[in-house]
Design a protein around this ligand. Structure first.
Ligand code: SDX
Length: 438
């Protein structure tokens, strides 16, 4: 709990008590009101979607949605994207500081020692249909890891938590690539620990046993940057799912499987796949206005995928980096005139000029450009959220580890109940004849 309150909120409940609620101040961002007294005064707060609720204290990531700021342990995402690497960012997110040269080498070597999965896990894949969505496979296989690693399940043991972290960071690319290979009927590729994290992922995805896989430095750099830009994002839906699952003492693999499941939704990590589907549905710049009108129509459930964010009411700083990376990759591949990129750029321009988007502060988010890069690299749309999950695994682990590093309570929100009040059971022969179900 925070040490001391900086001021108080006075809450007077009509015909009830006046409460003095402590207000705590963090190092950055909004102050928080401690409402823990409410339950003793027979009240809950009501905040569907947790729009104005701080669920925990954290030191990992800070987001300023109005200014479009994203810091990982205080370092701006723009600087990490330019100078760091995904594995170095993993070290930073987990341990809180940038590693020394020796610490970086040791961390990378340890991750390398865990990239293979148990051979028995390969049989799990044959239980799926070949057309299974890779996220369905990843959910199942990651959750099953707890059946293999009994030496890293004691969540109260910091060493167990550290081994589990290494295993998950190291094995996610291997499992992700296996999900893809299974869907295209190609043999699984083993990891090659001579390669960097991103290079290894690309060779497991696109390599085959019949020839050497040639790695493009631009593509592997873009891949590493995509993992880094997705590494963590404060208390988003999937990270909150991991924390809530972890608060019951569930093992790390079950917690990460919960995060993968939450990330899959199109409003969250599934948006990158939905962006590409949307761009392909628009198909031509001449149809953009039709889709923008639909996005603005309250009676039409259609939304511009890749736009808007619960926190960012400014440009998502990751989207800016992603846009530069998209230009680099498409130029390297000689497809800078990609029709989908042209539609995307036109959509972005409209959104930045149109009153509807400006008034609702709907800017491109991390998912808007990532799909264009992934498609250019040759990754199928169904794998986009899997890539997001690979990158976000370290964020989930860092928050899970942070939760376990201090006293915590099981997460147990309450509700505003407006169902039936108490009523007595009615025997079957006394019930009114219900209208025939049509
Ligand atoms: C991620 O939380 C995170 O940090 C997530 C993430 C991470 O790294 O973990 O950043 C990753 O999930 C990014 C978001 C990816 N999702 C999408 O791109 C899907 C499209 N975006 C929306 O569904 C929406 O913007 C959300 C879900 C992202 C945010 O929704 P909110 O905060 O609940 O806002 P809202 O739905 O209440 O929208 C506010 C208004 C509404 O209009 P009104 O009811 O006020 O009239 O804006 C409208 C919405 O209809 N609106 C959109 C829109 N997004 C919101 N209108 C058209 N197109 C959109 N994309």
């Amino acid at each position: 709990m925070p040490e001391k309150s900086v001021k108080k909120a006075i809450l007077t409940i009509e015909n009830g008590p006046t409460l003095e609620l402590p207000i705590y101040q963090g190092s950055l961002g909004q102050d928080v009101i401690d409402i823990s007294q409410l339950v003793a005064n027979d009240h809950f707060t009501f905040d569907p979607g947790f729009v104005s609720t701080a669920s925990c204290e954290s030191q990992i990531t800070f987001i300023d949605g109005d200014k479009g700021i994203l810091l990982h342990r205080g370092y701006p995402i723009e600087q990490l994207a330019e100078h760091s690497s995904y594995l170095e960012a993993c070290y930073l997110l987990i341990y809180g500081e940038l590693p020394s040269k020796e610490q970086k080498e040791e961390f990378e070597t340890t991750v390398g020692k865990h990239t293979m999965v148990h051979e028995q896990l390969r049989t799990f894949f044959s239980g799926f249909r070949r057309d299974a969505h890779p996220m369905a496979i990843l959910c199942g296989v990651v959750g099953a890891l707890s059946a293999f690693y009994h030496d890293s399940l004691d969540v109260s043991d910091a060493k167990h938590r550290e081994i589990a972290a290494f295993r998950l960071i190291a094995k996610m690319p291997t499992l992700a690539a296996m999900s893809y290979k299974f869907s295209v009927g190609q043999p699984f590729m083993y990891p090659n620990n001579e390669l960097s994290y991103a290079e290894n992922f690309l060779q497991m995805m696109f390599g085959n046993p019949c020839e050497d896989y040639k790695i493009s430095p631009t593509i592997s750099r873009a891949m590493d940057k995509i993992f880094l830009l997705h590494a963590d994002h404060e208390q988003n839906a999937s990270t909150s799912a991991v924390r809530l699952t972890g608060s019951s003492g569930a093992n790390p693999f079950a917690c990460i499987a919960a995060g993968i499941a939450a990330l899959w939704g199109p409003s969250h990590g599934g948006a990158n796949e939905a962006v590409l589907e949307m761009l392909e549905e628009i198909g031509d710049e001449s149809r953009i206005d039709e889709f923008v009108a639909r996005a603005k129509d309250k009676n039409d459930p259609f939304r511009l995928m890749g736009f808007g964010h619960r926190v960012y009411k400014n440009f998502d700083p990751r989207a800016k980096v992603m846009k530069e990376t998209a230009n680099e990759v498409l130029t390297e591949l000689g497809i800078e005139n990609d029709p989908l990129l042209k539609i995307a750029k036109r959509l972005e321009q409209i959104a930045l000029e149109d009153d509807y988007f400006i008034s609702k502060k709907l800017y491109p988010n991390v998912d808007f450009y990532s799909g264009i890069i992934l498609k250019a690299i040759g990754i199928p749309t169904s794998m986009f959220t899997v890539i997001f999950a690979v990158g976000r695994t370290v964020g989930w682990i860092a928050h899970w580890h942070e939760m376990h590093s201090a006293p915590y309570k099981i997460g147990r929100p309450r509700q505003l109940y407006n169902g039936h009040v108490t009523r007595d059971y009615v025997p079957l022969n006394k019930r009114p004849k219900a209208a025939k179900a049509d």
